[in-house]
Design a protein around this ligand. Structure first.
Ligand code: NAI
Ligand code: MG
Length: 394
């Protein structure tokens, strides 16, 4: 295989702390690639008035593979006041660079694995009938449509007359007939067939390649008939090409109940944008939360891998960093999986599993300690020590 180049976008806060840790692990597992650094995020905005410079976009366009740390976002007024004086008052506006990258490259398939590592003190446990404690093994991968649905951004408070007129053609609008438009807020949930087919196809292919027996479409087609119905129909259509992978359908509301009753019953799940967002956080909470939750955003010509956590700016200035690098390391493993380096990806997983099971090295989140420099004296490992342990276990 041709040598790959990965665009590294550490971003802000703890992004620049965890991303190099993932690179150390990728090196240690023998993945040979070139890395180019690219700027993104709040620091970039503060110094030059753009959170996502053209050079970063060009590098992504060229190399099509990115590792992202995290980017800080702050309210509009603060964004303006933190600009250097010469850039203020020019009408520059801050926008979230991760959302902008998703849109620029149409990264419409989000993959969020939520896998428990046995021995993680943060794992979900439940009580069995005899009163004993059970720790179900969670091995869920949420495929979330990443660009449409309720997050498509097509919304109004006080919809303009043409929009109102179009809505009034629907018989169910009768109920709202006497509500003035200025008292109305409207967010459109737009699904398109090509995007539904793409997320369904990605989910089934993944289930097939990774040995999951079924794909669960989690929506609400009995109520939100048109959009949820379209995704479910797409899943049915795609499933025909994967006859050995079953298709299950659940409703989002009952699913949030089942996921704490029987999380082990689920494997690959496919959902629209909002339900997928909610579901992936809910499942992540069962397997250790932000320190263990990686994510990928994949499009036809570019793919970005990142932890789901943000920049946690409070923890960025520590002389000895204490945040958990595992989510970022697992994001690196997802990158390997994506480029076909399956065995190396699996080795990283096994190494993390061994460190967690070993119980000797625990970051402060795993010990439920409030983050502060003191945690190092209370038995918590530093960021670096955690990475070292993973590398050792490789
Ligand atoms: P956050 O994820 O940065 O932090 C929330 C809390 O989770 C932290 O206070 C910390 O207790 C814990 N945490 C996060 N990562 C951890 C790690 N690796 N190890 C141990 N504990 C960890 O979310 P928050 O505080 O809501 O946002 C902070 C900034 O990050 C904001 O400016 C926000 O806009 C941005 N953000 C960026 C994201 C991205 O770039 N993809 C995603 C989410 C938030
Ligand atoms: Mg979310």
């Amino acid at each position: 295989m041709a040598r790959l180049t990965v665009v590294c976008m550490p971003g802000d806060g703890i992004g620049p702390i965890v991303l190099p840790e993932a690179l150390r692990v990728l090196d240690a597992v023998g993945f040979e690639a070139d890395y180019v650094q690219a700027e993104v995020g709040w620091e970039c905005w503060r110094t030059r008035g753009e959170p996502l410079p053209a050079r970063t976009l060009e590098l992504l366009e060229t190399w099509r593979l990115g590792l992202f740390g995290a980017a800080t976002s702050k309210p509009m007024d603060q964004a303006e006041s933190e600009l250097p004086p010469e850039l203020q008052g020019r009408g520059l506006t801050y926008y979230s660079p991760s959302v902008a990258i998703r849109q620029a490259f149409d990264l419409d398939v989000a993959i969020r694995p939520c896998r428990s590592f046995p021995g993680n003190p943060l794992n979900f446990i439940r009580r069995a009938a005899d009163g004993s404690v059970e720790e179900p093994r969670v091995d869920v991968v949420v495929f979330r449509q990443n660009t449409e649905g309720l997050y498509s951004g097509v919304e109004w408070t006080h919809p303009p007359p043409q929009v109102r007129a179009a809505l009034d053609t629907h018989r169910r609008m009768v109920r709202f007939r006497y509500i003035p438009s200025e008292d109305m807020a409207l967010s459109c949930r737009i699904f398109t067939r090509p995007a539904c087919l793409r997320i369904a196809e990605a989910a089934f292919r993944y289930a097939d390649e990774h040995g999951y027996p079924s794909v669960t479409c989690c929506e609400k087609p009995n109520i939100v008939r048109e959009t949820s119905g379209m995704l479910l129909a797409a899943c049915r259509e795609v499933q025909r090409a994967f006859p050995h992978v079953d298709l299950w359908a659940t409703n989002i509301d009952t699913m949030t109940m089942w996921l704490t009753k029987n999380p082990e019953d689920y494997g690959v799940i496919v959902s629209g944008n909002v339900f997928g967002d909610i579901l992936s956080d809910a499942f992540a909470g069962l397997v250790g939360g932000l320190g263990f939750a990686p994510s990928a955003s994949i499009g036809a010509r570019c793919a970005i891998f990142e932890p789901t956590h943000g920049s946690a700016p409070k923890y960025a200035g520590y002389e000895v960093p204490i945040v958990n690098p595992v989510a970022m390391i697992l994001a690196g493993a997802m990158l390997l999986d994506h480029v076909g380096e399956r065995e190396r990806a699996r080795r990283i997983h096994r190494a993390v599993a061994r460190v967690v099971a070993d119980a000797r090295v625990r970051t402060c989140d795993m010990l439920r300690l409030r983050a502060s420099p003191e945690v190092l004296g209370q038995g918590a490992a530093s960021t670096r020590e955690m990475t070292d342990a993973v590398i050792q276990a490789l």
